[in-house]
Design a protein around this ligand. Structure first.
Ligand code: TXA
Ligand code: MG
Length: 344
């Protein structure tokens, strides 16, 4: 299959590009498009065969449900059987934006493979002009996971999508780099108090400010069965080819680690804040200012992907503070590293 990449301006002026995307979706095809978090791979959420193509293109396990994207908040009235008050408050406060709400689905509205057989559905309204324009022109809900091959870091540029999915999907809408760089916060509102299943750009503190108590699982460790989580979180994620080790942002520790790695004749890529630029790593990617987790989030996936273009044997990544968006970054890093910390 030929994969077309069409550049579409953020100021939403490219009518023929949207027409092509809408035609593909109506014909039961999948289309990749930018959101404010990461690129999504979309299909019409009521079309079972089209949704099946998402799973196939990504190599995604069938028991991992998809998020349904809507162009207007009120659209969800047609799709969910109840909107608890706290969910409604969050919709008012954070939509459009990087918050996915898990709600009870009305039966037989979406294709069954969207929710992987669950009675709930994840819904969100993205805050990106291209995604919103596509949804409004299509006038149908779009089921879309991140547009990467399963297991790889989510795509934050159209080129990342192209790298993973060329030959597997017909069309990519290229709206440039995404803003936030990490996937949406997923919150389960079918339980009381609501539970954060996946941390993201809308932080626990932001949620507490508007709805009071929310449960934030202490551990997101792979294999920790006491942790409630999104079905997808049990799978390996965000992983470059070489093994990733987490390390505290400490100059001495990092220098020692690099020395040890070099002694065993291995090459090391370091992803760290600007402060560590001067170390002897074979490759260095800056995650920005240690004090600014937004920078870190914005660059993380692109840099993890860039490691695959090197011959690094080991990837070291410094961890951010867990405050604010740091919690989401920490969560993704633990998965990318499969829980491994560097110890000399
Ligand atoms: O920012 C985002 O959320 C991006 C953009 C494209 O919108 N999408 C995204 O989708 O990250 P995906 O499929 O990569 O991650 C969806 C997460 C998975 O961990 C999945 O298990 C969880 O949401 N999820 C979806 N539906 C669910 C449900 N009904 N119950 C519990 N978890 C659910
Ligand atoms: Mg994903």
């Amino acid at each position: 299959m030929e994969t077309k990449r069409l550049i579409v301006d953020n100021d939403v002026n490219n009518i023929s590009t949207y027409t092509q995307a809408v035609e593909k979706l109506l014909a039961g095809e999948v289309v990749a498009f930018p959101t404010e978090t990461v690129y999504g791979l979309g299909a019409i959420a009521t079309n079972e065969a089209a949704v099946a193509k998402i799973f196939e293109a990504k190599g995604r396990p069938a028991d991992n449900p998809l998020i349904v994207h809507v162009g207007e908040a009120q659209d969800i009235l047609e799709y969910v059987s109840e909107i608890p008050e706290k969910a409604d408050t969050c919709i008012q406060a954070f939509w459009p934006g990087p918050l996915t709400l898990i709600l009870t689905a009305k039966p037989n509205v979406f294709a069954t493979n969207v929710s992987a057989g669950l009675s709930t559905v994840g819904v969100r309204m993205p805050d990106h002009p291209v995604a919103l324009e596509l949804l409004r022109k299509l006038r149908q809900p779009i089921a879309a996971p991140s547009a990467n091959r399963s297991g790889k870091p989510s795509p934050t540029t159209a080129l990342h999508v192209e790298k993973d999915l060329t030959g597997r999907i017909p069309l990519i809408l290229d709206g440039g780099a995404t803003g936030i760089g990490l996937e949406s916060t997923v919150v389960d509102f079918t339980v009381e108090p609501p539970v954060i299943l996946r941390p993201g750009g809308i932080t626990a503190d932001m949620l507490r400010e508007v709805i009071g108590e929310v449960i934030e699982p202490a551990s997101t460790k792979v294999g920790d069965e006491t942790t409630p989580r999104a079905p997808g979180m049990k799978y390996a994620h965000y992983a470059p080819d070489a093994p990733v080790y987490l390390i505290q942002p400490n100059q001495e520790l990092i220098e020692q680690a690099i020395k040890t790695i070099h002694t065993s004749r291995k090459k090391v890529a370091l992803l760290a804040s600007d402060d560590f630029k001067t170390t002897d790593a074979d490759w260095f990617w800056s995650l920005g200012n240690q004090q600014n987790p937004q920078d870190f989030a914005h660059h993380l996936y692109a840099h993890l992907r860039a490691c695959d273009e090197t011959t690094a044997d080991i990837i070291l990544v410094t961890v951010p503070d867990k405050a604010g968006v740091g919690a989401a970054i920490f969560n993704r890093l633990e998965k990318a590293a499969d829980g491994n910390w560097w110890s000399s």
